[in-house]
Design a protein around this ligand. Structure first.
Ligand code: RB5
Length: 154
């Protein structure tokens, strides 16, 4: 699996830590930045960049990190077909794949520590979507995108 990483200035260190962690497990990792904690980066830019990389098929899934994980996930979720979930513990990270078919895990670097973040990404990337009744509900989310005119669906 190919994973795209994006973060703002608040999360450069955690992004690098998680990239190394997942690389050591054999995942292919693509770094979309940011790279320097001393240079302010607007989180919507990185949320959009990784979300669009997934929708183009350049990467399969994403990891997005900002101070809280909220802003960067909100931006990514504006891209049709993206389901970005902010998680602060492994249970939600596992079930957002199993039930919501999430394709991005988002976290807050000011919320979770390095070791907890590793457990969160491990739970996320080892889970599989269960389909069935959950697929019908995920389709309902897609229907909302269509209702509000997402061009990607046309
Ligand atoms: C940056 O200070 C901070 O606002 C950002 O990292 C994030 O927490 C926004 O949701």
């Amino acid at each position: 699996m190919k994973i795209g990483f994006g973060c703002d200035h608040a999360a450069v260190s955690l992004k690098n830590t998680l990239m190394e962690h997942l690389k050591s497990q054999g995942y292919e990792c693509v770094d979309y930045g940011s790279y320097d904690p001393n240079v302010k980066t607007n989180y919507p830019e990185k949320g959009l960049e990784v979300a669009e990389a997934i929708m183009r098929g350049d990467v399969d899934k994403g990891v997005l990190i900002c101070g809280t994980g909220v802003g960067i996930s909100l931006a990514a979720n504006k891209v049709p077909g993206i389901r970005a979930a902010v998680c602060s513990e492994p249970y939600t990270a596992e079930y957002t794949v199993r039930h919501n078919n999430a394709n991005i895990i988002a976290m807050g670097a000011r919320v979770v520590g390095d070791e907890l973040a590793k457990k969160i990404v491990d739970a996320f990337f080892s889970a599989e979507f269960e389909g069935g009744r959950h697929a019908m509900r995920v389709d309902m989310i897609t229907d909302i995108e269509k209702k509000y005119g997402a061009a990607w669906h046309e």
